[in-house]
Design a binder for this molecule. Structure first.
Ligand code: COA
Length: 154
């Protein structure tokens, strides 16, 4: 079921207390979801872990790292309930702003070639394919390549 947003979502840092809700969204969203341990590690090493919420409901989240003038988006996900309402675009804008604040010049990410919705999103946001990583992801029938996309931060 789709829930229409009644107010503007707030963006805030993720904490361990958010992980039960995050893991529910993660498990519904990916064929090979991140585990609790992966999220905990990202929080522990101080990666940027942020979420959007409305009335205590988490609608979207992202995990990214910024180092050596480069930002790497490791996870970007919108809850099925809140898709198709521009939240991924808002989250990407937040990530770009934060990466710029942290002196990054480029943003990188990997995406499955079969994830056409995400590819549409990133291409419309100005990302370009710069490489293909062979057999990068686990897949139902073995492994799947990753497209590596990049965009400069103006
Ligand atoms: C990919 C994802 C983040 C998009 O989130 P969303 O909030 O529904 O997307 P938005 O409403 O912000 O739409 C942004 C753009 O995405 C693309 N898009 C979104 N839904 C789409 C659909 N059903 N079909 C095709 N393209 C679509 C379009 O380019 C859209 O731009 P437009 O509205 O101008 O056409 C969401 O589907 C998701 O979380 N998927 C599972 C996790 C995932 O695959 N993450 C990316 C990993 S690399």
């Amino acid at each position: 079921m789709v829930a229409v947003l009644k107010s503007v979502p707030v963006i805030r840092s993720m904490t361990e207390r958010d992980l039960p809700q995050i893991l529910t969204i993660e498990n519904e969203s990916y064929p090979f979801p991140w585990t609790e341990g992966i999220f905990t590690d990202c929080l522990r090493v101080d990666y940027e872990c942020v979420l959007m919420e409305v009335d205590k409901a988490i609608c979207a989240y992202s995990v990214f790292s910024v180092a050596a003038e480069e930002c790497h988006i490791l996870n970007l996900c919108v809850s099925k309930t809140f898709r198709g309402q521009g939240l991924s675009r808002s989250m990407l804008e937040y990530v770009f702003g934060r990466a710029k604040e942290m002196d990054a010049n480029f943003i990188y990410l990997e995406v499955r070639p079969t994830n056409l919705i995400a590819i549409n999103l990133y291409l419309s946001f100005g990302f370009e394919e710069i490489a293909r990583r062979r057999q990068y992801y686990p897949a139902i029938n073995g492994r799947e390549d990753a497209l590596m996309l990049a965009r400069s931060i103006d």
